[in-house]
Ligand binder design. Sequence first.
Ligand code: GDD
Ligand code: MN
Length: 360
Amino acid sequence: MPARLAVIIPVFREAANVAPLVARLDAALAGLAWEAVFVDDDSPDGTAAAARAIAATDPRIRCIRRIGRRGLASACTEGMLSVSAPFVAVMDGDLQHDEGILPAMLAAVEGGADIAIGSRHVAGGAAEGGFSAARGALSDGGARLARMLLPVKVADPMSGFFLLKRDVVEEVAPRLASRGFKILLDILLSARRALVVAEVPYSFRSRLAGESKLDATVLLEFAGLLLDKATGGAVPLRFLAFAAVGAVGLLVHMAALALLVGPLGFGPAQWVATFVAMTANFVLNNRITYRDARLRGPALWRGLVLFYLVCGIGAAANVGIAGLLVRDGVLAWGTAGAAGALITVVWNYAVSSTLVWRTR
Ligand code: GDD
Ligand code: MN
C-alpha cells in the first residue's frame, strides 16, 4: 500500500536513537500506511548504517546519505521532496519530539489546515524538559522576533516538528533558503498566502543519547534568514557574511600590525599582519560563511593556499584599479580607495564561492 504519511527525520550523529525512534513510530502510527526517511549528513557514528540495517527488513524505512554537506534545513527539504505521500511530517531524530501526536496532526491537516505544528507553547504543551535555561531563553527571543514577521499567528514558530500537505511543500520549495536551522519558519514566510495553521500541543522531551547541534553560528543563520525574507532576498546572505568576516579581518590586520610594527618594522609587520588576517578570514569563512560546505582534512590546506592566492590577486586588483582611477583623475583618493576595496570583496567572494568552497 502506498504511504499516506511520510515522516522525514533529519539526523546527524544519532546512531543510538534510530532504532528506538522507528519502534516508537511503529507503535504511534499503527493502522496507518506510513514511511520514514532518515536524511543523514554522513555522520561519523554510523547513523546511516543504523537506518539501513532496519530498512533491510522494513520497506517503510529509507535513508538518504548526503556527502560533503551539512544543514538541518536542506536535509528536511530534500527529504520532503523525495517522497510521494500526500502528507509529510518532519521530526527530530533524537526522540525529543512526541511521535504520539502525529495522528492528531494528520487529522488537523486532513481536516483542512495547510500545516499542523507540534507546539510547546499552546495550552497542554511544554518546553521546560528539553532545553537548558540559556537555550530556552534563546529560543523564546527568536520566537518573539519571528512572530512579528509572520502573517499568521503561530505560538511556536521555532518548532522543528510539523506536518503538512505535500502540495504545499512542492509550492514553497523553490523559495526556501537552503541554509539554516529554521525550516518551519522559512516555509511559513515563503508561502505566497497565509497558510492555515493548526497547533497541536506536546511536551518537549529531553534528549536520550547524543547532543544538540545548535550553536552560536545557528543564531547568525537565523538572523540571516529573517533579513533575507525581510528584504525579499535582494542581497545574497552569503555575501553579507563574507563581507562581515572581511570587516573582522581588517580589525585583525590592524591589531597584528600594531603589535608587530615595533619589533619588526613596518614592511615585514605589514606582511605578517596580512597573512594573519587572511588566515583568520579563511577560518571564519570556513566556519560561518561556508559552513554547509566546510573544508576539513587535506582539503582544508588546499583551500587555505587557494584562498591566499585569491586574496592576493584581489589585493593587487584593488591597488591597481584604485591607482588608475586616481591617476586619471576619475575619483578622489577616498572614493577610489573605497571602490577598489569593494571590487576586491566582490572578487574574493565570487572566486571563493566557486573555487575555494565550490558552492556553485
Ligand atoms: N541531516 C542533518 N544535518 N541533521 C541535522 C543537522 C545537520 O546538519 N543538524 C542537526 N540535525 C538533526 C539532529 O540529529 C536532530 O535529529 C535534529 O536535526 C535536531 O537537532 P538538535 O541538535 O537536536 O536540535 P535541538 O534539539 O537543539 O533543536 C530542535 O528542536 C527544537 C524544538 O522543536 C530543532 O528542531 C529546533 O529547530 C527546534 O526549535
Ligand atoms: Mn534535539
